[in-house]
Write a protein that binds this ligand. Structure first.
Ligand SMILES: Nc1ncnc2c1ncn2[C@@H]1O[C@H](COP(=O)(O)OP(=O)(O)OP(=O)(O)O)[C@@H](O)[C@H]1O
Length: 261
C-alpha cells in the first residue's frame, strides 16, 4: 500500500474530523469573523443550536464545534431538533445525523412535537411553523439554563427578510444578528450572518454533511422563493448587492425620507 493510499484511508476514518478543505476553511473563518465582530459567543456561554437537518444548521454546528477545539475560549454546545410528527424523518437519515453529531462531539437531542394541535383551525404557514419551533426552543433554554440559541440563518436569509419586510410590510427591518430576550437572560444569535448561501453550500458539499431532504409542502411555493430569485438577479447587476443591502441597514440617510403620508 502506498503512503498516499494510507493517508487517504486514515483521513476517511477521521470522518468529520479530517483536515479541512479550502472551502471549509474559508467558511469556518468567515463564521469566526462574524462571531468576533458581533461578540456572539463568549467564554462560558451555553449555546443551544437549532437544527433542522438542512445544510445551514448542520454547517453551523460543524463550524461552532470545530472552532471550540482550537480556541482558548470554552463554551457549551447542544444541538436540538424540533421533530414535527407531521413530517416523519426516515430512520436512516436520523442515524446519519446521530453519527455526525457524535463525531463532532456535540450532544444531539430530538424533541417530537405536533405542529398543529387539534384545537388549531386556521391555515398553517411558514410564520406559524417558525413561531412554534421558537417557542419550544425558548422553553427548553429557560428550563435548562442555556443562555444563547443559535440559528443557521445566513447572509442571503437576512437580505431576503429585509426585502420581504420592505416589499410586503413597508418596513425597513431585518433579522437581528444578536437579539436579546427576557432582559438579556436569553439571546438569539446568528453566527452565519456574514456568510453567503453559496459559501455554506460549498462547505456542506465538501464536508459531505448528512443533509436531509426536508419534506415541507410549503417550501416550494412561499414568497421567499420569489425574493431569492430577485436577490440572485440583483447580484448579477452588482456582485456585492447582498453585502451592500446588509450595509445599507446601518447606513440610512434620513435626509431622503419623504414626509409621512
Ligand atoms: N425543526 C427545527 N428544529 C430546530 N431548529 C430549527 C428547525 N427548523 C429550523 N430550525 C432553525 O431555524 C433556522 C432557520 O430555519 P429555516 O427553516 O429557515 O431553515 P433554512 O434557512 O432552510 O436552514 P437549514 O438549511 O438549516 O434548514 C435553521 O437554520 C435552524 O437553525
Amino acid at each position: 500500500m502506498s503512503q498516499t493510499q494510507l493517508i487517504w484511508i486514515l483521513s476517511g476514518m477521521q470522518g468529520f474530523n479530517a483536515p479541512m478543505t479550502q472551502s471549509v476553511q474559508r467558511f469556518v473563518k468567515q463564521v469566526g469573523k462574524a462571531i468576533n465582530t458581533h461578540g456572539l459567543i463568549k467564554a462560558g456561554d451555553r449555546v443551544l443550536m437549532g437544527i433542522s437537518g438542512g445544510k445551514d444548521s448542520l454547517s453551523m454546528a460543524y463550524a461552532l464545534a470545530s472552532r471550540r477545539k482550537w480556541l482558548p475560549v470554552q463554551y457549551d454546545l447542544q444541538a436540538v431538533m424540533v421533530q414535527w410528527r407531521e413530517h416523519p424523518i426516515p430512520d436512516q437519515e436520523l442515524e446519519q445525523l446521530d453519527r455526525f453529531f457524535a463525531e463532532i462531539e456535540v450532544p444531539f437531542r430530538r424533541i417530537p412535537m405536533t405542529m398543529r394541535p387539534p384545537s388549531f383551525k386556521g391555515e398553517f404557514n411558514c410564520y406559524l411553523c417558525a413561531r412554534n419551533r421558537k417557542r419550544v426552543l425558548f422553553e427548553l433554554a429557560r428550563e435548562e439554563g442555556w443562555n444563547k440559541i443559535a440559528f443557521g440563518h445566513h447572509m442571503d436569509d437576512i437580505v431576503e427578510t429585509t426585502l420581504m419586510n420592505m416589499v410586503v410590510q413597508g418596513r425597513y427591518a431585518t433579522m437581528k444578528v444578536d437579539q436579546e430576550f427576557f432582559d438579556g437572560l436569553l439571546r438569539v444569535i446568528r453566527p452565519l450572518c456574514s456568510v453567503r448561501e453559496s459559501m455554506v453550500a460549498r462547505a456542506a458539499g465538501s464536508l459531505g454533511l448528512p443533509v436531509m431532504g426536508i419534506d415541507c409542502p410549503l417550501k416550494e411555493v412561499n414568497l421567499r422563493k420569489d425574493i431569492k430569485r430577485i436577490v440572485g438577479e440583483l447580484s448579477e447587476v452588482h456582485r456585492y448587492a447582498r453585502e451592500n443591502i446588509i450595509r445599507s441597514l446601518s447606513n440610512i440617510d434620513l435626509e431622503y425620507l419623504p414626509a409621512q403620508s
